[in-house]
Design a protein around this ligand. Structure first.
Ligand code: HEM
Length: 180
């Protein structure tokens, strides 16, 4: 997992819960990196999982909710760091359905070792999109948060249903309906 995911996560934790919480979750986790991350480095996903589990145990906030809020923050990071991917789109359904065929393809050129999910477009129309998410990392709530912010970015609204295909969240169906 890329370092930018860790650095931004820890910044958000500091923002919401304070520096002491950052220290606590790093100390409590068994981290090969020692909790020192650079944005371009690459680290084990298991480190992120431990940090999330530790934060969950201290705050009582479910991990899925932590990922959702984190993704909403991460979208603004993406907007600032990679504006070139956003200006190409004028419609959220066009943008979200292009994650697999365009955006993450470009991300892989920048970070060849990025660990990205796959998104298969099952059905697409002007107002609706069904996609299947697959990833060993089960970060579908992170995907949900990014999708929600994508709609917000284009000043639109949508209902997004999340249906687990596999109980462990490694395969999930997203059913997106744009509302006017
Ligand atoms: C992960 C880039 C938009 C879904 C990532 C990562 C990067 C990235 C750098 C981390 C990879 C790693 O840690 O190795 C971008 C950029 C975007 C974008 C530059 C647009 C400007 C989106 C959108 C979605 C999405 C709109 C939702 C449909 C995900 C998910 C992950 C991820 C779910 C977590 C990894 C996993 O589940 O396996 N993305 N992304 N991304 N991205 Fe994107």
């Amino acid at each position: 997992m890329k370092g930018i995911v860790f650095t931004e996560f820890l910044e958000l934790v500091e923002d919401k819960f304070g520096l002491e919480m950052v220290d606590t979750i790093i100390t409590e986790s068994d981290l090969e990196s020692g909790g020192v991350y650079t944005s371009v480095g690459t680290y084990e996903f298991s480190e992120m999982l431990q940090l999330l589990q530790s934060l969950n145990s201290h705050t009582g906030i479910p991990i899925d909710d932590l990922l959702l809020v984190y993704a909403e923050h991460f979208f603004s990071v993406l907007k600032k760091s990679y504006p070139q991917f956003l200006v190409m789109y004028s419609d959220p359904i066009e943008m979200i359905s292009s994650i697999e065929s365009h955006i993450h393809v470009e991300v892989r050129k920048i970070y060849p070792d990025a660990e990205l999910p796959t998104f298969e477009v099952v059905e697409k129309s002007k107002k609706a999109l069904t996609m299947i998410y697959k990833s060993s990392r089960s970060m579908h709530y992170f995907g949900l948060g990014l999708m929600k912010q994508t709609f917000k970015h284009f000043n639109t609204n949508a209902t997004i249903l999340v249906e687990k295909i596999k109980e462990d969240g490694t395969e999930v169906k997203f059913i997106i309906q744009k509302s006017e």
